[in-house]
Design a protein around this ligand. Sequence first.
Ligand code: BES
Ligand code: ZN
Ligand code: ZN
Length: 460
Amino acid sequence: MSILDALIETADDAIPITPVRSSQLNDFIAQQDGPTQAWIRANQFEAKPASTCLVSNANGELTRVLLGVSDRIDIWACAALPLALPDNNYCLDEHWPMECLTDVVLGWALGSYQFTRYKTAKRGPARLRIPDGADAVAIECQALGLELTRNLVNTPAQDMMPEHLAEAASELAEIFNADFTALVGHELLQHNYPTIHAVGRASDHPPQLLDLHWGDKAHPKLTLVGKGVCFDSGGLDLKPANAMRWMKKDMGGAAHVLGLANMIMSAGLPVRLRVLIPAVENAVSGNAFRPGDVLTSRSGKTIEIDNTDAEGRLVLCDALAEAVTEKPDLLIDMATLTGAARVAMGPDVPAIFASRRETGFDLLAPADACNDPVWPMPLHQPYKRWLHSDIADLVNSSTTPLGGAITAALFLQAFVPDELDWLHMDVMAFNNEPLPGRPRGGEAMGLRAFFAYLKARYTH
Ligand code: BES
Ligand code: ZN
Ligand code: ZN
């Protein structure tokens, strides 16, 4: 089962969906036959965005769906329909603007998503015929990437431990003929990944560093790094219950880079791709790392542990230290790194930080165009003073409660050479409240924007 099952190539019996703007409702009604006019009025259809009016023939058979849309039709225009309309085949009628077809069809696929691993769905999605003029290839590669991210985040930690993330990455590698390796447990120490090992060693599920390579070595190197904390209990500085409740999603960064890698490989972008995922469980046991410990990271920098709950930056710093040795053309990391980013931006807008300001700003136009918001925050250098340690090169968490997303990003920046083009995304990876096409649960955020940006950067 995939969300692509909600899209079909042909259907003779497809019921047309007509977009209606509220500003044009009266004109629209005037163009209809008498009974239809009466029916629309009787239903008090006002063409509010996402509202529908089902129209039938004299036999009571559904013949048409009127859908309220806003002036700017976006990806979510039809996204509530697959699980709301009666279980039929549908098509977009001739009134839909050509330029929004690809997005609207992708939105339909996303709106058909249900996480059914542990519970049978009450119903399947209604199906949409892919119209001429929609880019079926772009829809398919994005839908599969976004679905992968959602599924990985939604899967509870018990079934999404480092070894399961490894399996997901290795399955992806197999599909696209990529090379995949993993360092497991003690191998991390042998190969000098001390911080990944320290964070993950208290778990019964040994820490891993997943490493995927794909594409022509002659192409520009693009490296993706994703935070793969399969469960974040907070470690010894244990999280309170309400903060721990959803921490199965703390591998959201890993889920995002795997989703993006899926898109990049299926679209065949001309890049030499590397994906690095430090996969750990931040657990508590006798050998857990402690507040006050000093870790020597892969880079040689020493880190005093102020709080074991600031573990994401610890696993990322060793992965970043490895990533930068190859001087990639572009380095992107994605992470559910701080609660502070959500305080600053709310849940829907991932924060991005860019070593080159232009790169961050260049993401904004594609983000806007595909309605997948991201927004830059500053790598404000003076706040580095809050990462000062008396006995080590850095502390892992600042003691001031202010600017937490920025200090976390500055911590990561300490492991990335200045000249490198580096983007960091601090992302929620989760919908706490459902929106059309975006059910409660794991969510891919900013990925369509990143994909559009990368497509433009590497194919033009
Ligand atoms: N995984 C959390 C961040 C998080 C919390 C993301 C809630 C999304 C929602 C991270 O490991 C963490 O615990 N960060 C701490 C850092 C603090 C100890 C400096 C935080 O944000 O409170
Ligand atoms: Zn934490
Ligand atoms: Zn975490």
